[in-house]
Design a protein around this ligand. Structure first.
Ligand code: HEM
Length: 147
């Protein structure tokens, strides 16, 4: 397929998938961190170490990966004219939901840093299933393109 990306197309697609992996890895790790973090005493040195780990994971891995996935994904979409295709509309919906989950998780990290613990461990562990399920649907939509 020759779009505006030309010979760079497959390289851009490979980079898209590489940063998807980084983004997903971060999304799987963060709620795990929260579960361990919530076991520490507020204000303790362990609490401070978890806050530092979460902040770094969000700043260094999660936020840059999400931005790069979006930029490369939108470039790929323009390149192949995906904006008129059904699978892409459905994929966008799930990717938006995943980005919302990302934002919500970042907000949760801020609450934990303030000493709040809004969710029980069991709920956090259940929420951990969200990115996996969303990723499965997104990959099927992108690869199989059923409609
Ligand atoms: C953030 C917004 C995203 C946009 C705008 C986007 C857009 C796209 C587009 C248009 C393609 C087709 C590229 C082509 O064939 O030239 C593609 C491929 C792909 N995307 Fe995304 N994507 C996004 C996020 C994601 C996420 C979160 C995942 C996985 C969880 C994902 C997984 C894939 C995979 C596996 C392919 C390769 C499909 C194939 O060539 O068979 N994408 N993406």
């Amino acid at each position: 397929m020759i779009g505006f990306l030309g010979a760079a197309w497959l390289w851009v697609k490979a980079a898209h998938i590489i940063f998807v992996i980084f983004w997903m890895a971060g999304l799987f790790m963060l709620p795990r961190f929260f579960v361990y973090h919530q076991e520490s005493v507020a204000g303790s040195s362990e609490d401070a170490r978890w806050i530092e780990r979460e902040t770094r994971l969000i700043r260094i891995i999660l936020n840059p990966s999400m931005i790069i996935v979006w930029l490369l994904g939108l470039a790929l979409a323009l390149n192949i004219g995906a904006f008129s295709q059904g699978w892409f509309h459905a994929k966008l919906l799930f990717v938006l939901a995943l980005s919302g989950y990302h934002g919500w998780m970042s907000g949760y990290a801020k609450k934990l840093a303030r000493g709040e613990q809004p969710l029980a461990d069991r709920k956090l562990r259940m929420l951990n299933e969200v990115p996996g399920a969303a990723a499965a649907v997104i990959v099927i939509l992108a690869v199989v393109r059923p409609f």
